[in-house]
Design a protein around this ligand. Sequence first.
Ligand SMILES: NC(=O)c1ccc[n+]([C@@H]2O[C@H](COP(=O)([O-])OP(=O)(O)OC[C@H]3O[C@@H](n4cnc5c(N)ncnc54)[C@H](OP(=O)(O)O)[C@@H]3O)[C@@H](O)[C@H]2O)c1
Length: 325
Amino acid sequence: MNAAVVRSFDRGPQYEEIEVPEPNSPHEVVVDVLAAGLHHFVRAQANGSHYSSRGENGLPLIPGIDGVGRLPNGQLIYFVSPDTSIGTMAEKTIVDLRRSLPLPDGTDVVRIAAAMNPAMSAWVALRRRIHFEPGQKVLVLGATGNSGMMAVQIAKLFGAGQVIGAGRDQERLESLKSLGADVTVSLAGDLEEATKCLGEAASEVDVVIDYLWGQPAALTMLPLLKKRSDRSRPLTWIQIGSIAGATAAIPSAALRSANFQLVGSGQGSVTMAGYLAELPSLIDTIAAGKLQVDAVTCPLSNVAEVWDAPTLAGERMVFVPAVRE
Ligand SMILES: NC(=O)c1ccc[n+]([C@@H]2O[C@H](COP(=O)([O-])OP(=O)(O)OC[C@H]3O[C@@H](n4cnc5c(N)ncnc54)[C@H](OP(=O)(O)O)[C@@H]3O)[C@@H](O)[C@H]2O)c1
């Protein structure tokens, strides 16, 4: 079979012919992969920078953490890869059936492969990491990316009373309004100024869904808390992504001067059983067209050429092996 294979963290995956992998347990089965999304996690997996990386010991590896496939009996499934070197960017891969869910025939496989990972981030965070109640106000920090755009829509679906979206790209910010954002705040230009404005606009939120971390997060905290009408009212900051910096200098006053709680959400902070319990309703929501999904497809055979090519903001690349139906 053909697959995207990473042999060194210095070089993106190359399209190679390799042996079809073999199942190792009664729960495992070989599936035909129909579509697999190129998520940030997958890039980090392929360059060795993800926190789950086993370093050189994990090489060679086939990247890819989830996808849509077809079982030998013809059943269409969405699946999350077991944490091994055999990922989803291949014509065939190993699926642990306990980490898979059936999809109805006729499901748009590209849409599911593009949307599940970015959408899962806010969905699982709001359902599993905090107690979110309809009517609560939400700030999405990094709302112009794929995951942030999903977070805006999911917060609204869950009944948020107000959703504020913050990001740099003006066009994407504008488009958030049609997805449910009540207010948008630009982070472009001088970051100190921008975060001051954001703090004022978002001073009454109950939840922050943060895809940026780094300076934008650190600089927003105090301006937001200073303007808050009642600092004893809980504010939960959910750390999900760190596209603007892996570390953030959190002002100590933020933790002392307000009822400020910081939690994270991602692989490890939520059990696999917790994720799997949420996935059927998320799949239904995506399949029913309730979330806007911007996917671009690429044949898997072009993986080496497109791996480092920039995609348009908000678009998620999905690799499709040649055998796609
Ligand atoms: N924990 C989880 O479960 C989970 C799941 C999915 C994603 N994530 C993480 O969430 C983050 C975002 O993922 P994504 O899928 O939304 O990625 P994406 O679609 O590539 O979007 C990233 C966006 O981040 C913005 N950005 C980049 N650098 C920035 C900076 N220095 N300051 C402000 N904005 C910046 C850009 O928006 P502008 O164009 O407006 O600048 C860009 O469009 C990544 O770190 C990803 O790993 C975590």
